[in-house]
Design a protein around this ligand. Structure first.
Ligand SMILES: Nc1ncnc2c1ncn2[C@@H]1O[C@H](COP(=O)(O)OS(=O)(=O)O)[C@@H](OP(=O)(O)O)[C@H]1O
Ligand SMILES: Nc1ncnc2c1ncn2[C@@H]1O[C@H](COP(=O)(O)OP(=O)(O)O)[C@@H](O)[C@H]1O
Length: 187
């Protein structure tokens, strides 16, 4: 199973992915997190934030995720993942892809601003430190109206948001297992 997170910077993707991993590991379920920020230091270090580079970034993460997922490992791709067409592409290409929208209103993100990115994006035009392509401020984010799971992290606490994800994953695993048990029963 692949969970394809999408959401703006600071929405809670990394926090929730880590919390979910801790809870599933406790239950003996294997899980891997593929984090955009982390992979951008390694196999995606040649990529920037143009439309082409973001799309290529997600394609690479998707490929890596598919290798983990094919081994039965629950795999979270935790990236902004802003474009509807690329999300669809991965969902069509790889089996059992679930789009999870980690949402939070931009005004709340501007308050959180854990990395100072929003402050930089909101600087006046022409300022030397202005960030020109921050998703949600001055770069595109396609809201996924077809998400398999929607979580608003300004309305749900970290624990509530984590529980929603864990419940969704366990339900999915149970449904898949039930189907595969049925297939075995037929032999
Ligand atoms: N211009 C701009 N827009 C968005 N994000 C920026 C930008 N510049 C740097 N960063 C930092 O890069 C992290 C996003 O990387 P991703 O791989 O998740 O992005 S994407 O899916 O390819 O759009 C993102 O990490 P998160 O805050 O964890 O989302 C930021 O820390
Ligand atoms: N319900 C919530 N879910 C996730 N993070 C939350 C929530 N409420 C507050 N936060 C805070 O918001 C920040 C989210 O940062 P992070 O997980 O790095 O986001 P992202 O990976 O989407 O950029 C953290 O400081 C976290 O403690």
């Amino acid at each position: 199973m692949i969970l394809l997170f999408c959401g703006l910077s600071g929405a809670g993707k990394t926090t929730l992915a880590k919390n979910v991993a801790a809870e599933l590991t406790e239950l003996g379920i294997k899980i891997e997190i593929i984090d955009g920020d982390e992979y951008r230091q390694e196999i995606c270090r040649d990529l920037g934030f143009s439309r082409e580079d973001r799309s290529e970034n997600i394609r690479r993460l998707g490929f890596v995720a598919s290798r983990f997922s094919s081994q039965g490992i629950v795999t979270i791709i935790s990236a902004i993942n802003p474009y509807d067409d690329v999300r669809r592409e991965l969902a069509d290409r790889y089996g059992d892809v679930n789009i999870v929208h980690i949402d939070c209103p931009v005004n709340k993100l501007i308050d959180r601003d854990t990395k100072g990115l929003y402050q930089r994006a909101l600087l006046p035009d022409g300022h030397p430190n202005k960030l020109l392509n921050l998703t949600g401020i001055n770069d595109r984010f396609d809201v996924p109206y077809d998400a398999d799971l929607y979580i608003n992290t300004s309305e749900n606490s970290i624990q509530q948001s984590t529980s929603l994800l864990v419940y969704f994953i366990l339900n999915n695993l149970y449904a898949t297992e039930k189907i595969s048990n049925k297939m075995t029963d037929n032999f």
